[in-house]
Design a protein around this ligand. Structure first.
Ligand SMILES: [Zn+2]
Length: 211
């Protein structure tokens, strides 16, 4: 484990977490580099959504994550819905929720949405305090009890619904050249022949060349 202060395997054993879930947790914590509470909840969410979709492990799925915090990682590690393979969309809306669906050639398809249910976290005081960013929550002193409560709760803080998801078809695109940096980008990302990296999205100032 990357965090020697928290004995994750013992906490998982204490709550009879299944071997498959334990493997998910280990891989996700390794990828994320530490056992963040949101990551652990995200693992339970992915496992629950996968079961409700009725998909096999390794089946090609598409995911939408409604927060950029923690939850995108279990989708990438467990389902291989990655940012790079376009099977993961992260829409940072601040809701701790995710949707899974199978590939479809239609304009929309059925999926499963899993979310942290505010009514259900009432029974779990530490999860509630942490989740609502309550000043009473002490990250340093309550980190381990919180993780313990997350393993205890499992799916009991989650709810799910059947949803219809819009499918975005693959777009055809042409390449263009930016007249400022001279690099190639898809034409629709050029505005008056200038790429958005040289325009509104500029994030660096050039300070030298590399030989
Ligand atoms: Zn440019």
């Amino acid at each position: 484990m990357t965090n020697p202060e928290i004995d994750i395997p013992s906490l998982m054993d204490a709550h009879s977490i299944s071997p498959l879930l334990q493997e998910y947790f280990e891989r996700c914590i390794d990828f994320h580099t530490y056992p963040a509470p949101g990551l652990l909840i995200g693992v339970f969410m992915v496992d629950y959504a996968l079961e409700l979709v009725g998909a096999d492990r390794g089946e090609k799925l598409y995911a939408v994550c409604e927060t950029h915090k923690c939850a995108p990682d279990p989708l990438q590690v467990i389902l291989h819905c990655t940012y790079g393979n376009h099977r993961l969309r992260v829409i940072p809306m601040g809701r701790f929720a995710m949707t899974l669906n199978r590939p479809s050639s239609e304009h929309s398809t059925e999926g499963i949405r899993v979310f942290v249910d505010p009514g259900k976290i009432e029974k779990f005081p530490l999860i509630k305090a942490w989740f609502s960013n309550d000043p009473s929550f002490n990250q340093r002193l309550q980190a381990v009890p919180l993780i313990d409560e997350i393993f205890k709760a499992g799916r009991d803080i989650l709810s799910a619904e059947r949803v219809r998801v819009k499918v975005t078809p693959k777009q055809k695109w042409k390449s263009g050249k930016c007249r400022v940096c001279g690099e190639m980008v898809p034409q629709d990302l050029l505005e008056k022949d200038v790429c958005i990296g040289c325009g509104p999205n500029v994030y660096y100032e050039r300070v030298g060349t590399v030989h």
